[in-house]
Design a protein around this ligand. Sequence first.
Ligand SMILES: [Zn+2]
Length: 341
Amino acid sequence: MGDVITADEQQAVLAQHQQQLARLTQQHQAALDKRTKELAETDAQYQKQLERIAQTQQTALAQREKKQKDLVASYEHQLALMQVDFKETTMQFSREKKEIDALYRKKLDALNTQMAAMTNKIGELNTLKERFATLAAPAPIKNKMSDSSGRGGPLRPVVFKSSPNAYLEDELDYTIAKISSLNTTALGLQELWATRYQLLTQLPLGAPLPLALGLNSNFGPRVDPITRTVAQHSGIDFVAKVGTAILAAGNGTVLQAGWDGAYGLTVQIKHAEGYISKYAHASKLNVTVGQTVTRGQKIAEVGLTGRTTGAHLHFEVLRHGQFVNPMQVLVVPGSKRTATE
Ligand SMILES: [Zn+2]
């Protein structure tokens, strides 16, 4: 029974254990305190670092904001400058456009004035031409020379005016259209005049001698120089030297070129509108039947062949087989034109 522990011994062990526990507890408390202190320091450090970071971020943010504001202000300023510039450019453009418009309008007005003058001139020429055509045309075809044919169209006085309110482009279009219309009218008139000129050259209107001199006896009743009785003279006589050129009074075709009894050596020319011209008592013929002749062309020479008392040209004009007074047909300088047919 030697292993039995006594109460005292138990008491001593317990005390020992208690001391040990107290020591351990003290140690733990110290370690805990140290650890708590360390944590507190670390926390403070982190806190400081966090504050620093926050401050840095705040500064950066403020700088960025300021930068953005400056940028916006700069853009706004530039934009304002550009707007001013644009306004000035627009005004400048508008001013230049007005100047160009004014310049072209001035030119357009000048052009219109010229055109109006030209139209009036054409009108005057047309009136003059009408008078000449009426004067030159033989009475039987005078109505053919009037403007009633309608060819070429009537020339109305044209008013060229520029409206300051109209657009320049419209004005230009209007003027171009007027020029075109004027050209058409001028072309029509030109065509009409050419047609009439063509018709007039085909009539026996020209002088049958180089100089319309030596008109000896007129058309109508007279005492025949050979028979000494009153007889109808079917033409007019031009006294001229033998060999003087006899000229075609108008364009036409030679109908006769040879001997014709009392007429002697004779030429007949067929013209337009049923006209025939006849040239008698020639000494020599220069054309043959069927030949085309033009006004003023030499067709024969003055002579005294046939029934005549002296050298002269006997000139006759017929229309549709009827004798007409050549004096009413001829356009001879100094010849007297009668109003009656
Ligand atoms: Zn005669």
